[in-house]
Design a protein around this ligand. Sequence first.
Ligand SMILES: Cc1cc2nc3c(=O)[nH]c(=O)nc-3n(C[C@H](O)[C@H](O)[C@H](O)COP(=O)(O)O)c2cc1C
Length: 175
Amino acid sequence: MATTLLIYSTHDGQTLKICQHLEASLQAKGELIDLKSLADCASLDWNKYSKVIIGASIRYGHLNKALYGFIKQYKAELEQRENGFFCVNLTARKPEKNTPETNMYMKKFLELSPWQPQMQAVFAGALLYSKYGFFDKFMIRLIMKMTGGETDTSKDIEYTDWAKVDVFSAQIAKS
Ligand SMILES: Cc1cc2nc3c(=O)[nH]c(=O)nc-3n(C[C@H](O)[C@H](O)[C@H](O)COP(=O)(O)O)c2cc1C
């Protein structure tokens, strides 16, 4: 049976956590899954895979630059199988900014990427003040203040809507 490849690009672990949730729910539906970090995808045996899903997070307005290099290099391989992409960011904690059509980072990705994923999703990430260093904590708190978010740095908040991740999992399973 062919395998689904789940690739993640994460900084603080939330995109990995979402991929692990997808992995568990797809395995429960009978799929074989390979979960890999983007950094470990330099040489892949593409013949193994019938589907590929990539998840990546936003940091200071940008996705991991290496993601665009990967897409450029493997555009044909991505397009030859069922494929999807999801973007993780904190802007998506706002209901009016949490779809591929309304999330600025997803829209920017679709403008920049030569690969247009068949399946697309946007998930809210996590605000993990306890993990951030001094500078990042200061900057994120400032951004939260400007955008009406949580500014109490003693709190960590996970905004990810797991039911929405399950909807994406069902879409992947059907493809
Ligand atoms: C240093 C830093 C910069 C961030 N910049 C943005 C940003 O520009 N826009 C946004 O919506 N979210 C931003 N976020 C929120 C992250 O996208 C969110 O925390 C996400 O869960 C991170 O996923 P990861 O743990 O997989 O890297 C930022 C977070 C950090 C720590």
